[in-house]
Each structure stands twice: as C-alpha cells, then as structure tokens.
Design a protein around this ligand. Sequence first.
Ligand SMILES: Nc1nc2c(ncn2[C@@H]2O[C@H](COP(=O)(O)OP(=O)(O)OP(=O)(O)O)[C@@H](O)[C@H]2O)c(=O)[nH]1
Ligand SMILES: [Mg+2]
Length: 390
Amino acid sequence: MQCVPFFVFSIHLTYVSCDFLQYGNFVDNIRLYVRGGSGGMGLPRMGGQGGEGGDVWVVASKDMTLKKIKDKYPMKRFVAGEGGNSSVRALKGERGMDKEIPAPVGVTVTEDGGKVIGDLNAEDDRVMVAKGGHGGSFYSGFEPSRGKAKHIRLDLKLIADLGLVGFPNAGKSSLLTAMSNATPQIANYAFTTLKPEIGKIMYKDFKQISVADLPGLIEGAHINKGMGHKFLKHVERTKHLLFVVDVCGFQLANKTPFRSAFEAVQLLTKELELYKEELVSKPALLVVNKMDLPDAEEKLEELKEQLQNPHEFSDMLPDDMIPKHFMTFRNVVPVSAHTGFGVEYLKTCIRKSLDEDATMANIALHQERLNCGVSASLTNPQNQNIEALC
Ligand SMILES: Nc1nc2c(ncn2[C@@H]2O[C@H](COP(=O)(O)OP(=O)(O)OP(=O)(O)O)[C@@H](O)[C@H]2O)c(=O)[nH]1
Ligand SMILES: [Mg+2]
C-alpha cells in the first residue's frame, strides 16, 4: 500500500465556506431578549413605596445546553416580575420575582455591542443581565421606573484540559476513540467532525483528563474559512493543545496544495496565531499519526529533522503563512490510532505535561502568597493574619 493522502473533496479550498457547511445540530451561541421587571406604583396619599422590579440573571447549570434553551424558550425572551404596587394594606410593595436563565457552564455573556458582562466558568456562577426598575416613591413622584431591557448573547466555549488541533482527516477523532471513552464519528473524508465533542481519558488511579475533539482546521480558518471561528474559539479555554498530523501529509482537494506533516504543523500554528496570538503560547504536544502506513518511519525522521531547524525548511510555505514563532512541543509522539501503537505512551506524556503545569501553578500560587505575606508583615507592624491581608 502506498502512503498517499485522501483526495475526497474535489472543491476548491476557497469555496469551502460557512454557508456551505452545516454545523450539525450543535448550538454554541444564542441571542436573547432580557428585561428587568418594572417597579410597582407608589401611593402618594400615604407616602407608600412601590416594590422593586425583579432582575434577570444568567445562571450556570449542570446538564444545560444552549440547544435546550432554544427548544424550551422558542421566543428567547426573558422578563422578570413586576414590583407590587403600594397599597393601604401593604405600604411597601412586594419585590418582583427575579428571572433566571439556566445556561451551560462555559458560556460568556455579552451585550449586543460585544461588551462582556461575565463568564460563567463553574456551576452556579451567575451574572445579572437586566436590572429591575425602581418602585415609585416620594423621590420619583411615586412613579415607578421600567426595568432595563437589552439583547444579550450567550457564547459557549468548551472547557477541556486538552484541545485537538489538526487538519481534516488527520485522525483526531480516531485518536480520541483510542484514548478515551468517547465514540466520535470517524470517516475517510474531510470534515467528519462537525461539532466539538468531549471525551475523557481515564487513568488507573482514577484521574481523568478531558479532551475536546474539534472539527478539522483548514488554511484560512482564522478568516472563518471552513469551520473557522466557530470552533477555533473552543481552543481558547483548553489548557494544552494536542496537534495531530498525518505522518504522510494532507491535501484537502486536488486543486489545493499538498502539505507535508511539517507544513501542516506550521500552517496550524499560523492559523492559531492569526486567530489569537496568545493561543500559540499554550503548552503543546505533537502527535504524528498513522505510523502504520508504509514509509512512515522515514517520514517521521524527516519531520523531526525539520522541526529542529524550522527556519531552514519553511521556504515551501507562502511568506505570510510562516509563523512568527515556531511552536515548541513538549513531546513529539508517533502513534497509530488504528493499531494502538504509541497511544499508552501518549497518554503518559499528556498526564505528565498537565501534572507539571498544575504543580508549577501551585508553586506560583504559594510564592505569591508568601510574597504577599512579606509585604504584609512589612506594612503591618501588628502582624495581622496574612491570609486576610492577601
Ligand atoms: N492508516 C491509518 N488510518 C487512520 C489512522 N487514524 C485514522 N485513520 C483514518 O483516517 C481517516 C480520518 O480519521 P478521523 O478520525 O475521522 O479524522 P479527523 O481528524 O477526526 O477528521 P475530521 O473530523 O474530518 O477533521 C479515517 O478513514 C480513519 O480510519 C491511523 O492511525 N492509521
Ligand atoms: Mg473528526
């Protein structure tokens, strides 16, 4: 068998646009109308004050998805309760009921103009999105005010320890299947994965590492070609990146250039850099997949040599696609997702890499606390509780 790339998509790269490709049923952003409740009427003749209108909150809830919000609230309209009017029996009107919008963990809440209202990163995190109006009182001539009204967006970014980054067909989903409990779709054509999926790698000591399988990147993803931004944003919140390349290289279509494994690495780096430069400073590992194919060993050696001197070998790439900084991988691991070769070693490398970072983060936190303690004892002669000062 010859080591050849797959030529399944016969369309030109530039025709692969978001309009052309469906994003499956996966909903990863949604726009909602929210309005705080109006305040209640005051009672002028007795100086009574109307109740405050309720507020609208977005609350992170387990097992919630944006699709569920869409299905359950098709009007996508959330209005909090009105404050009660002041009356002879209850001079202070009752406060209106708050309205809670359950949302998945990992959403960023923004206003229409793009201003971030808040991130919900853990269950029960909450953010107020529309304040209720004031009840009518002496100061307002007993007239209540209306609640704030606006459109907001909930934008979901997956949170995972590891994000798989690669061209289509590199074998990302196959690798996830080989490493974890996930059963993503796998097929011999580009863009098999249309929505992100999370799998968990289980270790013997019950440690779990979450891995996000993402749709394949193509050249131009940063300007929204292919699946573009829709999934690139999911890389933002993963702690580490796992680049996956086909040892034999990749060609999207017969009109697009063939890219060797080395070029694939650089192009993937550039796409990340162009989308958001800080992404390329994330810790990364490189998986060289399909090592069961003929000539794989020679190709791997060639790749390793090229990675040692990337400047020398980048002239095959267009100038504007050469990354500003070449990626430094913590490990370069040859595997075959098909035969299982190298998969256990890869799992060990991933674990080690994440553990090392967790240890470093703990040391840094400890150091920060100590430094804070030193400055506290310098500025605080009574030597108060350092923790409290920090
Ligand atoms: N020979 C060989 N083929 C593999 C290996 N891993 C994956 N493949 C094949 O490569 C093709 C693509 O695999 P997928 O796992 O769907 O690739 P992907 O990177 O998830 O692709 P997209 O979801 O389209 O981005 C399938 O036909 C797999 O069977 C491997 O280790 N060796
Ligand atoms: Mg896939």
